[in-house]
Design a protein around this ligand. Structure first.
Ligand SMILES: *Cc1c(COP(=O)(O)O)cnc(C)c1O
Length: 401
């Protein structure tokens, strides 16, 4: 059984703050400070350019990718990190479209759902316009996806866990049914990696992507990851054919030749300081069983829902009630959700707001326990009921909600 009191001590958690926002930005791992100092002072400072070889900077995207692969039930050399998730969505979808086109050039539909995160849809539309092959993006309601899987669909691109409500798709089942219709699948695991058990090999997803600054605690702007099923990788032509994805970048060939395996999904220079922080953030997971994280997260979520519903009936559960189809977050609707969340944050409980009326809270067992949940539920309920949020200062929107 994972010892969560041990993992909690591995983070810096500010005093007088209960942090229920680990699904947006994980907290600072204490070891990150030492590692960052070492990377900056000893490596960048002393080694300078030699760091690429002598401090193994160059191989960080693959070595860290392999650590993430292991957490996601994927084989070595099938995951690599770099860039932002938006970029990785573009890369994965471009490759999926190519693969689908080779199999059946007549299929024109990229299917996603209305629960997807907007950047995934924006990137899909940008890509569709760029390649100009009469493709179209079609959106279904999340619970209707299975009815839309037919022979007109080239690629199915879904985010497993809805960023607003936490509703979770059955990845294994949807992938299987999509494959039966010859559809290529792209899964976004932004709210899944580090939150729920994932087994990419068993699920047989074709492509998967996700970010590392949410449940994996890699810090603001830490690089995203991309997975390509090993059986596809040799046929995958990178749409973003950057020099570091080349087979021999330092030959400076004028012609692009894709690198071996997942290396070809590299684009340009990786952010080494962020990679170093992510590497120590992943150390925390070494003694952690994701099945324990999942069962603890369900326990904490059930407790949180029960307490909020008892203490504050004005808030309406917006997440699925069945924990089996809910990720590691719980959302409530409240008409003045934005102002209410600002007031709750001022009382020391950090959640966030998602339009139009969602107050969102993440239950992250690595650093949140029962006592935090009990205290937070009380503060949230009292703040909402008191009407404190009606004050003028809580009404104007910040740039980031
Ligand atoms: C958080 C999130 C993103 C963020 O993309 P960035 O490029 O890292 O800003 C994208 N997609 C989903 C589904 C997300 O949850």
């Amino acid at each position: 059984m994972t010892d969560f009191s041990r993992t909690k001590k591995m983070f810096h958690l500010p005093e007088n703050m209960i942090y229920l926002d680990g699904n947006s930005l994980g907290p600072l791992p204490l070891n990150a400070l030492n590692r960052l100092e070492k990377t900056v002072r000893d490596e960048w400072g002393e080694l300078l350019i030699k760091g690429w070889n002598e401090a193994n900077w160059f191989s960080m995207p693959t070595t860290i990718g392999d650590r993430i692969a292991k957490m996601l039930g994927a084989p070595p050399s099938s995951v690599i990190i770099g860039d932002t998730l938006s970029i990785k969505v573009y890369q994965a979808l471009a490759s999926a479209i190519d693969l689908a086109y080779e199999r059946d050039a007549e299929r024109k539909v990229i299917l996603s759902d209305t629960g997807n995160f907007p950047t995934d849809l924006y990137m899909a539309n940008g890509l569709i316009n760029t390649i100009d092959r009469n493709l179209e993006l079609t959106l279904a309601e999340p619970d209707e996806i299975l009815h839309h899987l037919d022979e007109s669909i080239a690629v199915l691109m879904l985010t497993q866990i809805d960023y607003r409500t936490g509703r979770m798709h059955d990845m294994e089942k949807i992938t299987r049914l999509a494959h039966e219709k010859g559809i290529v699948t792209v899964w976004d695991l932004a709210h899944s990696a580090g939150a729920v058990p994932i087994d990419l090999s068993t699920t047989k997803a074709d492509f998967a992507v996700g970010c590392t600054y949410k449940y994996l605690n890699g810090g603001p702007g830490s690089p995203a990851f991309i997975y390509v099923a090993p059986k596809h990788i040799e046929n995958t032509n990178p749409a973003l054919s950057g020099w570091l994805g080349h087979d021999a970048p330092f030959d400076f060939d004028l012609e692009y030749k894709a690198g071996p395996a997942i290396e070809r999904m590299r684009v340009g220079t990786p952010p080494i300081l962020q990679c170093a922080v992510l590497d120590v953030a992943l150390d925390i997971w070494d003694g952690v069983d994701i099945e324990d994280v999942r069962s603890k997260s369900i326990e904490l979520s059930e407790l949180f829902i029960r307490l909020i519903e008892q203490q504050c009936p004005q808030m309406t559960l917006a997440s699925p009630r069945d924990p089996k189809i809910r990720g590691s977050q719980v959302s409530f609707s409240f008409p003045d959700g934005y102002a209410a969340m600002r007031a709750v944050i001022d009382q020391g409980v950090i959640g966030d707001f998602r339009a139009p009326d969602i107050m969102r809270f993440a239950l992250t067992p690595l650093f949140i326990d029962e006592s935090d949940v009990t205290k937070a539920a009380k503060i949230i309920s009292e703040t909402v009921k008191s009407g404190l949020w009606k004050q003028a200062k809580y009404q104007s929107r910040n740039a980031v909600t």
